[in-house]
Design a protein around this ligand. Structure first.
Ligand SMILES: [Zn+2]
Ligand SMILES: [Zn+2]
Length: 368
């Protein structure tokens, strides 16, 4: 066993011991305060820290850092002059090693900053599509990959990789797209608990069709719009298949391409998909606890959302599932509501305010 391997082995043993101890502690606590029913359903499904997806503001381009349990993946790094911005951002987040780097496709607004990143951090696995490109920038990147003794892993649709307690599946590219560089984009679906994110670089409508045909699940809470919100991507059919609650658009202020395109924004609006844009908000961070995605610090201005929330708060009755044992109430579709024992489960006839007056607490997961 080498020293490095032995170190890894002891780390794993230590982790296992810590996990056992914390399981024992939460097990006991669960019995004392009798919230065991609520917890049982999530064990094995969610564990460890929150999943964070950072959509880093790199102007006109893409760069996303994904973080779970101290493991990190970087997808793209903007133009070459953004490399240092990305490196500084990663250092601020405490990144020391990148478990994965994905260079979605050989366009400079995606792989431009990667050389700087690969020189700054050890990288365990680099995933790039099998599409050669003859720009100096791309050749420099390949030279750096070779210099660092890294081997490019080709994306195979369906392949699944672990990132701490989360995982991601390769969705594309599905075939040879000739010189359509955008369609060669590596697409992934990132999963944690019941939450998913879909990110597909600059994949256009043709590649979207292939991803819809290949049988892999595309359903996600958050879709990073492909090609910076261009109307050449995000077909209505694709949006319906992903059926996201949120969209993130990575683009530069007043960019030369008019991204995001009006047609795309209208298609989102029609479907009640709330959009966040790096040209308006700067870096955007999405946080998933395994059952709910939030965007801390982002203003959700969507009028439809606040309207339905007000309605819900004021007048709905018979819409909550209450646990008479834990004194918590849930939305009917909350996964925790499903785990309540039949003896303790009741459908409320009271409004939200009445339940609170009666001493019931809204569930922290579904936030009724
Ligand atoms: Zn591109
Ligand atoms: Zn691009």
């Amino acid at each position: 066993m080498t020293e490095k391997m032995a170190g890894k082995f002891y780390k794993r043993v230590l982790l296992a011991v810590i996990m056992m101890i914390s399981l024992m502690i939460t097990g006991c606590a669960g019995m004392e305060v009798s919230t065991g029913a609520d917890k049982s359903v999530t064990s094995g499904q969610r564990s460890g820290s929150d999943l964070k997806v950072h959509f880093i503001d790199v102007g006109q381009g893409d760069s996303a850092l994904i973080e779970k349990d101290g493991h990190y993946m970087l997808i793209d790094a903007g133009e070459r002059d953004q490399g240092q911005t990305v490196v500084s951002y990663l250092k601020n987040q405490g990144v020391e090693t990148l478990d994965y780097v994905i260079g979605t496709h050989p366009h400079s607004d995606h792989i431009g900053g990667l050389e700087t990143v690969i020189r700054a951090f050890p990288v365990e696995k680099i995933i790039m599509p099998q599409k050669a490109h003859t720009t100096k920038l791309y050749e420099h990147l390949l030279d750096t990959i070779e210099e660092k003794k890294l081997k490019i892993t080709l994306p195979e649709p369906g392949a699944v990789y672990e990132l701490g307690g989360a995982s991601f599946q390769i969705l594309g590219p599905d075939r040879d797209y000739g010189d359509d560089l955008n369609n060669w984009s590596v697409g992934i679906r990132l999963d944690y608990g019941s939450n998913s994110f879909v990110l597909c670089g600059d994949a256009e409508k043709g590649a979207e069709e292939d991803m819809m045909a290949n049988g892999l699940s595309l359903k996600a809470d958050v879709l990073k719009l492909s090609h910076h919100g261009s109307s050449t991507s995000s077909s209505g059919q694709f949006l319906d298949r992903v059926n996201p609650e949120y969209a993130v658009i990575s683009c530069g202020k007043n960019n030369d391409y008019g991204h995001p395109h009006k047609e795309t924004l209208e298609a989102l609006k029609k479907r009640n998909i709330k959009a966040f844009r790096t040209d308006q908000s700067g870096t955007i961070v999405a946080v998933s606890d395994g059952s709910k995605v939030t965007f801390p610090g982002q203003n959700i201005k969507d009028e439809n959302v606040s309207h339905t929330e007000n309605e819900k708060n004021a007048s709905q009755t018979g819409e909550y599932v209450i646990n008479t044992n834990t004194k918590k109430f849930h939305l009917p579709d909350c996964s925790l509501a499903a785990s309540i024992k039949a003896d303790n489960k009741k459908i409320s006839e009271e409004t939200r305010d009445e339940l609170i007056q009666m001493g019931y607490e809204p569930c922290k997961s579904c936030k009724p």
